[in-house]
Structure formats: C-alpha cells, structure tokens
Design a protein around this ligand. Sequence first.
Ligand code: GTP
Length: 335
Amino acid sequence: MHVDSPRQANALLKKAVPLMRKMDVAPTPYNYGIWYEYVRQTSPKLNQLVDTTIGRLGSLPSFVSKELFHQFLVAEEARYNNEHKDRLEQLVENVSQSTTDMKSSLKTLESNVAKSRKVLARADRAKHLDKVINFLDKGTQKALQDADEFSKTLSRVNKEVSQLKAELEEIKNNVDLDPLTQLLNQKGLERQLYTLVPSSEDDLSVLIIDIDHLKSVNSNYGRRAGTALICHISRVLQSRKLENATLARLHGGTFAVVLHEATLDFAIEYAEILRTHLNKQRLKSRNGSGILPSIQVSIGVATIIGQENPANLIARANGYLDNAKRQGRNRTASR
Ligand SMILES: Nc1nc2c(ncn2[C@@H]2O[C@H](COP(=O)(O)OP(=O)(O)OP(=O)(O)O)[C@@H](O)[C@H]2O)c(=O)[nH]1
C-alpha cells in the first residue's frame, strides 16, 4: 500500500474534490477513497471503470463506488493476503486430488461391471455366478469407500471455504479498525474526517493524545504492562466520550479524539479534563513488578481553519503535540 505525504495528499485532494463537486458526488468515505485514487491514477483499471460508468450513466452512483472501493482499495489491503492464498491453493489441491481418486475408482467399477456383464452373457454363466457376485461386491465396496472419502473431503473443503469467507468478510469490515482497542485506526479516522470536514464551520477540533515515556513503561514493567496501559486509556477515552465525538488509535500509544462542533477553547478544556483524570489513575502490573507511575499524556489540540484539509488538520495537531512534549510533557498545547 502506498502512503502519501501530507503535501502529496493535499495536492491530490485539491484535484479530487472539484471533480467530485462537478460530478455532484456525495462526500462519503467511499467516494473520497475512489476519487482520491482516481486522480492519483493508482490503477488504470479503476480509472477505466470510473470513466466507462460515467460515460454510460452520466455519474458514479454510490453503489458502484462502494463496490469499486471494496474491489480496488480494500482488495489491495486486505482481501487476499498470503496466508489466505496459501490456504486456498491447498484446498484446490485437495479437491483436485480427491476428484482424480474418485474418477479412477469409478472407472475401475465401470470396467468391473462391464467384465461381469460379459461373463453373465456366456452360456456357462451359472458356473461363474459366485465369482461374479464376489467380484462385483468387492468392486462396489471399494467404490463406496472412495465415495465416502470423497464426500468427507468435500465437506472438509466446504467447511474451510466457509471459514475463509467469514474471515475475509471480517477483514473487510475491520479494515478501518484498530484490532487492539477496536477504535478507528489512522485510515478509518482519515475517512471519517473527509466526510466531516465539508460540513464543519470552523468548529471541528482534533486532539492528539500521546502517552508519555511509553518506552520506559515497556522496559521497566514489561511490554504487556505497556499494552495494558494503552487499552486502559482507550477505555477511559470511551467512557468520557462526548456525544458525536470520534475516537481512534493512530499507532503505539497515540490516540486521536475528533470533537464535532467544538471551538478551540472548548477542545482545550476537554483535553485538560481528560489529562488530569488520567493523572489520577494508577495501574497495577500483573507480573508483580509493582504499581505503574501515574498516567501521563501530552496532548496537541487543533481546530480547523476554513477549508483546511483533514491531513493538514492532523499534521497541525501533531505539531502542537510535539510542542507539548518539548515543553516538558504531561500538558496540552495548541500552538
Ligand atoms: N506495549 C506496547 N508498546 C508499543 C505498542 N506499539 C508501540 N509500542 C512502543 O511504544 C513506544 C513508543 O515510543 P515513543 O512514542 O517513540 O516514545 P515514548 O517513550 O512514549 O516517549 P515520548 O512519546 O517522547 O514521551 C515504542 O517503544 C514502541 O515500540 C503496543 O501496542 N504495545
């Protein structure tokens, strides 16, 4: 997957958004995703499909962009990872082997039946009846065994295919989620922001919250304690979530909170409430290495300016977070 720098993303969005407006395309995450990749010219096939659809229908209906999104964007990230590919290849190999065995077994039975028929057609058939019955009995027993084996293989394969389908479906649904906390991941957050920005009126604020000295927590108390700390903060953020807010874990110990209809002053106040609440919490380490120091986080807060694009807004909040770290950590900065 390619990751564009904020500058590149900005330039691409400047091309994509006017096109979307011209086509009267709704500002949904799917549409942003598709038109972003369209102007980026990531896949000639995608561009060709978009052009053909617009040529035929005069626009790109949302069900088409949703399908293209799953086909071209999700597919790239999630659909067929190597593990799934290997499992599918193994399945096809198993079915193919079983089918060959079954075919050869049926052929043998067919030839046994033909031979028996010939014997029964002879004048002295009475002499050979026992032999023929035995012969046919053995042949059918063998075919039944093989058919049973084949049917077992088929149901194994069927079960495995259903499981693969379910796993792929889950990957598709979770492509925007952070597996550790089930909050949105960075990509999910960006998609959300693309839908929120057009309707915001200078009142969309972003908090980037980063755990202070997570590296030391990992080395002093073990990585499990560090991960437990990440999960704990995620739970605190969820329990203190404001209505209409969006939460994400961007990476490691870094979270984002998007506040809709929140001025900069309000967002700073809310950031301070979260930070001081976290300061009062202590986590106990399970491996007996003691109680972790009080939770400290640094927070960068930015409020959207005019038609600022999401990547820029996040980059500004990250810049303010760096300022909070430089000024000594465990504080909120908005400049
Ligand atoms: N336990 C745990 N650690 C993680 C996880 N993801 C990333 N990390 C680690 O978290 C640490 C984050 O370090 P930084 O943010 O660079 O620095 P820091 O020690 O938190 O220091 P400051 O952010 O400057 O206060 C790195 O050592 C990562 O390896 C995770 O899921 N669990």
